[in-house]
Design a protein around this ligand. Structure first.
Ligand SMILES: Cc1cc2nc3c(=O)[nH]c(=O)nc-3n(C[C@H](O)[C@H](O)[C@H](O)COP(=O)(O)O)c2cc1C
Length: 148
């Protein structure tokens, strides 16, 4: 059974909601899922003993891109993650009325590329209320499932 680690950072609960949905859909697809708030995760466990690592963070800030605050120390450690050649997927919630729509997702995508990780699909960027994005989330998870 393929093992998936999902790590998310969420301030108002939107990215957490999406992380839960991703986890439930993957479980329904027969995957073994470990879901962690970034506060309870370490960079050292990424890619280790998992077939896929999924990272999710919302975007904050006005004039510049700010990662969700709990995610900041984790992001700063990410260079130490042993993700070279490992499968990853990236997602996050944002709002397209801001200059840098889902800028945190862009930062994570860029970092994964620098680390030599393999992105299994295009990053998922949720605009506004995630409860109206159920179909997008479902299709995105199906692509993930096909890569495992
Ligand atoms: C002060 C503030 C700044 C924000 N800045 C951005 C931004 O730069 N880019 C973006 O896409 N969304 C931005 N957002 C929207 C949030 O990312 C969005 O509400 C998201 O759903 C929050 O997810 P969370 O509850 O998982 O933290 C901002 C929201 C607030 C309140």
């Amino acid at each position: 059974m393929a093992k998936v680690l999902i790590v998310y950072g969420s301030t108002t609960g939107n990215t957490e909601l999406v992380a839960d949905q991703i986890g439930n859909l993957l479980k329904a697809n027969g995957k073994e899922v470990t879901l962690k708030n970034v506060l309870n995760a370490t960079v050292g466990e990424l890619g280790q003993n998992y077939d896929l690592t999924v990272l999710g963070a919302s975007t904050w800030g006005e004039d510049e891109i700010e990662l969700q605050e709990d995610f900041v120390p984790f992001y700063e450690e990410l260079d130490k993650a042993e993700l070279n050649g490992k499968k990853v997927a990236v997602f996050g919630c944002g709002d397209s009325s801001y200059t840098y729509f889902c800028g945190a997702v862009d930062l994570l995508e860029q970092k994964m590329k620098e680390l030599g990780a393999t992105l299994v699909n295009e990053p998922l960027r949720i605009d506004g209320d995630p409860s109206s994005a159920a179909q997008d989330i479902k299709e995105w998870v199906e692509e993930i499932g096909n890569s495992l």
